[in-house]
Design a protein around this ligand. Sequence first.
Ligand SMILES: NC(=O)c1ccc[n+]([C@@H]2O[C@H](COP(=O)([O-])OP(=O)(O)OC[C@H]3O[C@@H](n4cnc5c(N)ncnc54)[C@H](OP(=O)(O)O)[C@@H]3O)[C@@H](O)[C@H]2O)c1
Length: 262
Amino acid sequence: MQLEGKNVLITGGTRGIGKCMIQELVKGGVSKIAVIVRDQQNLKQLSQEFEGVKFLKIVGDVANIEVLRKAAARIEDKWGHLDILINNAGIVSAGPLEEIQDEDVYGQVAINLTAVLLLTKYCIPLLKSSKEAAVLNISSGLGLIGMPFYSVYGSTKAAVRQFSDSMRRELAPFNISVTCSFPTATDTDMMHKFKGREMDSPEFVAERSLKSLLNKESQVIFGGKERLNENRLNFEAPEEFDKKVAQNYEERKKASLDHKAV
Ligand SMILES: NC(=O)c1ccc[n+]([C@@H]2O[C@H](COP(=O)([O-])OP(=O)(O)OC[C@H]3O[C@@H](n4cnc5c(N)ncnc54)[C@H](OP(=O)(O)O)[C@@H]3O)[C@@H](O)[C@H]2O)c1
């Protein structure tokens, strides 16, 4: 698959990995990008930064079902079809489960998961109208291994993985590929709290995730060999992995306490 001339819808394009993906899309020859953005000011900034792009602008929160419906309706109206859907917007509220505010439980599920399910649902007829379509869902390494203090975030991201597998198989007869990306710690606002730690750059994650989409790969897992080994251990011998995690339980708890990016 080539990027040139494709019509793309992306959520969470104002910052971090999403903004780097817009950069990559533009580099690859995309000039029609639909964005769902909750802040007018950010929208203005995007238009100024990417002058050559004809943004189809949908203002609103992805947790609002009407915003998602409007996005699909506007695309149908303006373009008639969609080639690439990128479900990227996400938030995190970490900590021991009993300390996570109920609103933050609902918020993470609504933004990280429900919005992905519904936006994909509304976009399917548009993707079916494309000659060659693709969906890219941004999950997380925490969607592959359930870590303490990331129970809600990790659950939403694990569900994105499952959803991606289901949709890949469901949409295969329509020539719509589905790729799921599993970034590890990436240097964006979401990880502001951990500044100074070694992390992947958002440029790298964006470039590599889009490459996987173009190659129609089912998944891309970041974090190298070490992460792959951890995933294997967690799957084959979860009790062994429990012991590893228990060794730095307090450290992990402390680090999670004010990890909130919403
Ligand atoms: N950074 C990491 O270490 C890491 C690791 C694994 C997975 N991920 C995943 O990668 C994706 C991108 O994360 P990031 O690190 O680039 O995060 P980020 O820098 O915090 O950016 C988040 C983006 O999502 C948008 N967004 C959040 N809530 C929204 C809502 N309710 N409606 C519309 N847009 C909303 C934000 O828009 P505003 O500008 O309006 O806030 C922003 O554009 C997320 O799904 C995240 O879970 C990140």
